[in-house]
Design a protein around this ligand. Sequence first.
Ligand code: GDP
Ligand code: K
Ligand code: MG
Length: 298
Amino acid sequence: MNANFKSGFVTLIGRPNVGKSTLMNQLIGQKIAITSKKPQTTRNRIQTVYTDTDRGQIVFLDTPGIHKAKNKLGEYMVTVAERTLQDVDVIVWLVEPSTFIGAGEQHIAEQLRKSNLPVILVINKTDTVKKEEVLLFIDAYRKLLDFAEIIPASALHGDNTDTIIDMIFKYLPYGPMFYDEDTVTDQPERQIVAEIIREKALHALDEEIPHGIAVTIESMKQRKNGITDIEATIICERDSHKGIIIGKGGAMLKKIGSNARFEIEKLLEGKVNLRLWVKVRKGWRDSDIQMKNFGYNI
Ligand code: GDP
Ligand code: K
Ligand code: MG
């Protein structure tokens, strides 16, 4: 047993779309959380584990961004994000240089000041702006809160992400190993598969439809020859949406299916036979019972 071993919980917070899920995937070196250009891609709290047998173990909590809720699903997502603030050791706050400090940031800063936890500010997406702009941005944020560290980075390109790990270890308390070293996430395989399908649907469809989508896995079984058969349903809110998701002659559904299959095969390390259906559940985002059915359970 290593007396200098550190361990603890770290939450990633920030506005929707700043790159929280991208950063978490980059830090653990594996894609667990889905990402997209659309806000509110992440719905649940996703836990991943980074283990360095010499230094320690970091348990990351990726959360939905904090935003104004418009329906029960939205309220659920904000509750998930705010609750995780209570039981962590270090907070990583992600911002991007294209947004100015506004009421939202003031509100987050206020909450963090009360928490008394070390806060690491990550200025993400530095690949999109000039160095001088990043420096101005850092100056502005310094006045907002007494940050433990301020780190410019690019989650997408992996620039400076090692520094983020180093700085997290700096502030993490000494502690035991919570999970065995092979553990990467608390997400069941089926859940990751459902999320991959939802991500491909998010990428393929535009605007209003994706927010009303959920994905359920009806069955997932591996044959003796190694091929995994998966049957999944994409739930949407309107008949007209169903038509768009299926597309002309089934073209859209085929595209979502083949993009998803490609990635699920990487995850499962084997061939996959994926069959997709589309069903309409009107107003599911405002129904407690249906939300529970689709895995959004407070
Ligand atoms: P989240 O809502 O905060 O979890 O954000 P996501 O991780 O889903 O990312 C939102 C979008 O920003 C995606 O299109 C990402 O590819 C993109 N993104 C994330 N990090 C970076 C980065 O460092 N540079 C650039 N250019 N784009 C990024
Ligand atoms: K997003
Ligand atoms: Mg996310």
